[in-house]
Design a protein around this ligand. Structure first.
Ligand SMILES: *[C@@H]1O[C@H](CO)[C@@H](O)[C@H](O)[C@H]1NC(C)=O
Length: 227
């Protein structure tokens, strides 16, 4: 009896320590972030196409980012589980098309995927291993199809200007949830449609209403550049 009474508090202590350390890997939901390549490329710093060629004229995956309901996010959660391309060989050809790097100098996009996995993916590794992390992002892109949502509302990447409200409404009525639109500025300093944030549940599969939106400046009317 005495022994049990001595051990019980110790067990509680160990369990608490386990819960606390596991919290480093916790998160509440994901932002699934897609970028418009035309807006990435027409800034004053420009862009570089991948070594394997110009990506399609479509939204490009930026990342699947674990986030907290309070707006902050965990990052670089597990240095012991670095990006390993051999785990996603079957996805590489789809990733090259759908998750292309436009950063300079030109690359085969591998360093982009590596950065996203190491910084963001490792923070959800208890739920999605490296393969499911990339596979889920690819399926989210095809199920959301933001470009066709916009096209069906006659919002086209033709260099024209569209109201932010009409862009948000077109995506909301298409996917059933309100997105967050991030703007950047073209070389002349005009706001344009840069990234679309869509919220995804803890399992990385179902779309949800965003628990919290990012912040940032955007005009009430923004450009949708060609690519
Ligand atoms: C947000 O929530 C997380 C998880 O609960 C916590 O670790 C972090 O410190 C919080 N950040 C802020 C700015 O409140």
């Amino acid at each position: 009896m005495k022994l049990i009474m001595a051990i019980a508090p110790l067990a509680v202590l160990c369990f608490s320590a386990f819960v606390l350390s596991a919290q480093g890997f916790a998160y509440d939901f994901f932002y699934f972030v897609q970028q418009w390549p035309g807006s990435y490329c027409d800034t004053s710093s420009s862009c570089c196409y991948p070594t394997y060629g110009k990506p399609p004229s479509n939204f490009d995956i930026h990342g699947l980012w674990p986030n907290y309901n309070n707006g902050s996010y965990p990052s670089n959660c597990d240095p012991n589980n670095p990006f390993d391309i051999s785990k996603i060989q079957d996805l590489v050809s789809s990733l090259r098309t759908n998750w292309a790097s436009l950063a300079c100098p030109s690359s085969d996009s591998t360093s982009f995927w590596q950065h996203e996995w190491n910084k963001h993916g490792t923070c959800s590794e208890t739920v999605l291993n490296e393969h499911s992390y990339f596979q889920n992002a690819l399926s989210l892109k095809s199920t959301t199809n933001v470009l066709s949502c916009l096209q069906s509302a006659s919002i086209l990447p033709n260099g024209g200007s569209y109201t932010l409200t009409s862009i948000k409404n077109a995506i909301t009525s298409c996917i059933g949830h309100t997105p967050w639109i991030e703007c950047n500025k073209d070389a002349s300093g005009r706001y344009q449609l840069y990234q679309v944030y869509i919220c995804v549940d803890h399992s990385g599969t179902a779309l949800i209403n965003c628990p919290v939106f990012p912040t940032g400046a955007c005009g009430s009317s923004i450009l949708f550049p060609t690519f």
